[in-house]
Design a protein around this ligand. Structure first.
Ligand SMILES: [Zn+2]
Length: 332
């Protein structure tokens, strides 16, 4: 059984924190961090293979830090986004045929024929312009998933740290994404914007990386009402491994509690895995669920604790996400 992880910050990890070398096996805390934050070097080609992760959303997230060290959207947003997209294309070229890019529905069926597949994703689409030229350019570069904001308001929508709303440009962008074949990711939006975005989108939507607000109250987590609405679109919610979203000093058992809640609420077809691994800025990670090669431990734990059968685990691990993407990706 392999996993298709709906969120990994690989570009960010390689360019700004950690090691710079995707191809060798790196130690979890080996490397550097130019933000002065703890080094959590959670993903590379070899550990992905060890963790039986055959496909990931390879994310571009253009951020910077303010003078207090807080993460904020990059002032050079387009440049940074393109730099990270370019990095994925560079890895593809270096892979000598081991990695494919998922651009359309037939690429989805080919996941099994490659060691690894990237689906290019952007979180925080601040660089989308009023004519949506950059949106089309992202599509042409292979981007197939977009989250409109990264926690803060922008010209498209309201982020989870603020009170803003989905704007007319945001609605226009969602419709264009529907037409092109880019899935809408609601992670990092505030509730009001997420509810409105679901009304506008005519295709399944996902929350690629979050957890359940009923289990642990955090603004990045998703309320029950939203989990149900996402499921009604035919989409799914991805449960992550970010300690501060799971609990105070969380264990792998607490991660399983978020899965259990979502499964109880919407059933096995609407839950996926979105680790958010890459270069997480946490002082302490979740024991046994710290890096990509820990994913089989999570699946074993879900099987034991929640009594999930093999076909149910397979759905959560990769089949649900593949079925959703069959409805959102371009045919060819
Ligand atoms: Zn994120």
């Amino acid at each position: 059984m392999y996993t298709f992880d709906s969120h990994q910050d690989i570009a960010d990890a390689i360019l700004y924190a950690s090691h710079g070398d995707f191809w060798r096996k790196n130690g979890l805390h080996e490397g550097w961090n130019n933000l002065g934050l703890p080094v959590n070097n959670q993903s590379d080609f070899i550990r992905l293979k060890q963790g039986e992760i055959r496909a990931i959303f390879g994310v571009s997230c253009a951020f910077s830090t303010d003078k207090n060290g807080n993460i904020i959207p990059s002032p050079n947003h387009l440049h940074e986004t393109l730099k990270q997209i370019n990095l994925f294309h560079q890895l593809l070229a270096e892979s000598k045929g081991k990695i494919q890019l998922i651009r359309n529905r037939s690429d989805l069926k080919n996941i099994i024929n490659y060691t690894l597949s990237f689906l290019l994703a952007i979180e925080g689409a601040d660089s989308i312009d009023s004519e949506l030229v950059n949106l089309e350019t992202f599509f042409n570069l292979g981007v197939r998933s977009i989250g409109l904001t990264w926690s803060f308001n922008n010209k498209l929508a309201g982020g989870c740290n603020e009170d803003g709303k989905l704007t007319n440009l945001g609605k226009k962008a969602i419709r264009k994404m529907n037409d092109l074949g880019i899935i809408l990711d609601l992670s990092h939006l505030n509730d009001v914007s997420a509810y409105r975005a679901i009304e506008v989108s005519e295709r399944p939507v996902i929350v690629s990386h979050a957890a359940c607000r009923t289990v642990y109250d955090h603004p990045r987590n998703v309320p029950d009402k939203l989990i149900k609405l996402v499921a009604q679109t035919g989409g799914a919610v991805g449960i992550c491994g970010v300690p501060k979203f799971i609990d105070k000093d969380p264990s792998i058992d607490d991660v399983a509690s978020h899965f259990a809640h979502a499964l109880k609420l919407v059933g096995v077809k609407h839950v996926i895995i979105g680790t958010d691994f890459g270069s997480m800025t946490a002082e302490k990670l979740i024991p046994q669920f710290e890096e990509v090669n820990d994913v089989p431990k999570l699946l074993a734990h879900l099987s034991k604790k929640l009594g999930l059968k093999k076909d149910e685990l397979e759905r959560i691990a990769h089949k649900n996400l593949e079925k959703i993407l069959e409805k959102t990706l371009p045919k060819s």
